[in-house]
Unconditional design. Sequence first.
Length: 67
Amino acid sequence: LAGRIAREKLLVDLEVDGGVKVENIARLRRAGANVFVAGSAIFESPDYRSTIRRMREEIARADRRLV
Protein backbone atom coordinates (compact mmCIF):
# COMPACT_ATOMS: atom_id res chain seq x y z
CA LEU A 1 0.00 0.00 0.00
CA ALA A 2 2.79 2.44 0.91
CA GLY A 3 4.48 1.69 -2.40
CA ARG A 4 1.33 2.48 -4.36
CA ILE A 5 0.84 5.70 -2.42
CA ALA A 6 4.41 6.74 -3.27
CA ARG A 7 4.24 5.67 -6.94
CA GLU A 8 1.01 7.49 -7.57
CA LYS A 9 2.07 10.47 -5.44
CA LEU A 10 -1.16 10.31 -3.48
CA LEU A 11 -1.68 12.78 -0.66
CA VAL A 12 -3.11 10.45 1.95
CA ASP A 13 -2.35 9.42 5.49
CA LEU A 14 -1.68 5.80 6.33
CA GLU A 15 -2.87 5.16 9.88
CA VAL A 16 -2.20 2.23 12.19
CA ASP A 17 -4.74 1.90 14.98
CA GLY A 18 -4.11 -0.87 17.46
CA GLY A 19 -1.03 -2.73 18.58
CA VAL A 20 1.24 0.30 18.19
CA LYS A 21 4.03 0.30 20.77
CA VAL A 22 7.61 1.46 21.25
CA GLU A 23 8.90 -1.92 20.09
CA ASN A 24 7.21 -1.83 16.66
CA ILE A 25 6.55 1.82 15.80
CA ALA A 26 9.76 2.17 13.74
CA ARG A 27 8.85 -0.87 11.64
CA LEU A 28 5.38 0.56 11.09
CA ARG A 29 6.91 3.89 10.01
CA ARG A 30 9.29 2.19 7.58
CA ALA A 31 6.27 0.34 6.15
CA GLY A 32 4.72 3.72 5.32
CA ALA A 33 2.50 4.61 8.27
CA ASN A 34 2.46 8.29 9.21
CA VAL A 35 -0.40 8.34 11.73
CA PHE A 36 -0.29 6.17 14.85
CA VAL A 37 -2.95 5.42 17.46
CA ALA A 38 -1.21 4.09 20.55
CA GLY A 39 -3.76 4.26 23.34
CA SER A 40 -2.89 1.23 25.46
CA ALA A 41 0.85 1.58 24.93
CA ILE A 42 0.70 5.08 26.39
CA PHE A 43 -2.08 4.90 28.95
CA GLU A 44 -0.96 1.58 30.42
CA SER A 45 2.65 2.73 30.79
CA PRO A 46 3.88 4.06 34.13
CA ASP A 47 5.40 7.15 32.47
CA TYR A 48 3.37 8.65 29.60
CA ARG A 49 5.98 11.24 28.71
CA SER A 50 8.79 8.73 28.52
CA THR A 51 6.75 6.40 26.32
CA ILE A 52 5.77 9.21 23.94
CA ARG A 53 9.37 10.47 23.82
CA ARG A 54 10.66 6.98 23.02
CA MET A 55 8.03 6.55 20.29
CA ARG A 56 9.03 9.86 18.73
CA GLU A 57 12.70 8.83 18.86
CA GLU A 58 11.90 5.52 17.15
CA ILE A 59 9.93 7.30 14.42
CA ALA A 60 12.82 9.74 13.86
CA ARG A 61 15.28 6.83 13.72
CA ALA A 62 13.08 5.11 11.12
CA ASP A 63 12.85 8.33 9.09
CA ARG A 64 16.64 8.63 9.01
CA ARG A 65 16.84 5.09 7.62
CA LEU A 66 14.37 6.02 4.85
CA VAL A 67 16.55 8.82 3.51
